[in-house]
Ligand binder design. Sequence first.
Ligand SMILES: C[S@@+](CC[C@H](N)C(=O)[O-])C[C@H]1O[C@@H](n2cnc3c(N)ncnc32)[C@H](O)[C@@H]1O
Length: 459
Amino acid sequence: MQNPRKPRSRRPAPQTQGPKPAAPADPQDRAPRIPTARDAALRMLNEVLGEDPRLLSDLRDAPWLRPMPPADRARALRLATETLRGLERCDRLLFNHLKKTPPPEILNILRLGCYELATGAAAHGVVNDLVQAAGRVPKQAHMKGLVNAVLRKTAEEAPVQWTRLRAPRLPDWLREPLCEAYGKPRVSAFELAQSQGAPLDLTPRDPSAAADWSEKLGGVLLPIGSIRLEAGQQVSALPGYDDGGWWIQDAAAALPARILAPQAGENILDLCAAPGGKTLQLAAAGARVTALDLSENRLKRLQENLQRTGLTASVLGGDALEFQPEDGTLYDAILLDAPCSATGTIRRHPDLPLVREGDEIGGLIELQAAMLDHALTLLKPGGRLIFCTCSLIPDEGECQVEEALARHPGLSVDRDALTLPGVEPDWITEEGGLRLTPDMWPDLGGMDGFYMACLRKGA
Ligand SMILES: C[S@@+](CC[C@H](N)C(=O)[O-])C[C@H]1O[C@@H](n2cnc3c(N)ncnc32)[C@H](O)[C@@H]1O
């Protein structure tokens, strides 16, 4: 596998999307009953694809989901996620039977129905339920007949046609810079991997117990030490959840802390730490960890994760750009998991390319560089700093490291840190980082896209 070609300039990705359709009215405001999983999935689709688009991850804790039983909430999220993953396929099938684009809420009802019918749901129940849902859309009840007719036709052809349609394409704002960096065939391979979703990966608290956990949980032990299970499990019911024997973390996301190779007693700063997968890895190795993040909400999840696993870290709310340790001590090592476009996580979050338009990437690139520069001021001479992002865009990875090396004489890349079981030579980039993409490990179920490098401060 080849390393990506790097774009020469850092221009922000172009915006090619037109204005979003008008926000639909909120059917739940008029319906006091507890939403069903389908009702909630429809509301999620309306919010993600609405005028003020929201990410599904921002809707997880929405107050209107609270009255629902947890299993229905989980089903709603799965239905919305998978409909959004298959949106292009849904529209291709539906528009064979539509003379013009229906109002957004009706179109989303059809899209949800199309996804469910294509993937094996019983036609009778889906169609009846969604016709009823159309009848509750304010001012659109007359569309019930259309919903009924289109879904009945879709029920006949969608199960056969669905997998014959191409893997949904990324939008131009992302596809163009990725094609420039990796070439079209690789980007098509990313899209295929993204269309297949992601398995459930776990990081064992004790890396030497990985094989035991894998056997106990009926999983597959991955070459880099993570445990892979099939998606869709009730995680809290699995052995080891309550006592923190492992935590959920994509295999690719577990590598930065492994490359850091934390030692017991080391003073390690985890900048941009929440919700804390990497903090847990550092603490489990016996390091004295300071975990800092700007988001109070995400820090709550980090605290819960520490509590469940019984691990300890000093948790601080604050801005990584301004952070100064109270006693002025410098850190042995720093992990900087910088905020980024998150384009490496699209197989888990297929809503991301639909909600974002790429206009935030220029600002993120500046922020990452500023964070890296500030982090270096907090590091001991000779200390190591892991810079990582869950992005596929080289400007947020390879280019950041190349430019940091140019800005900081004495700073070097520690290539030896990459010598770990399971790390393949093809993953190593020219400047000495690791480039991971979703098409890697195709026979094992892929991995998230990530970039990481271990930097050494001059002594
Ligand atoms: C990629 S996520 C971190 C994931 C985390 N390291 C883990 O393994 O679970 C990036 C984090 O950066 C945080 N963040 C964004 N801007 C920040 C800032 N200026 N200072 C500190 N944290 C920031 C976000 O709240 C978010 O939690």
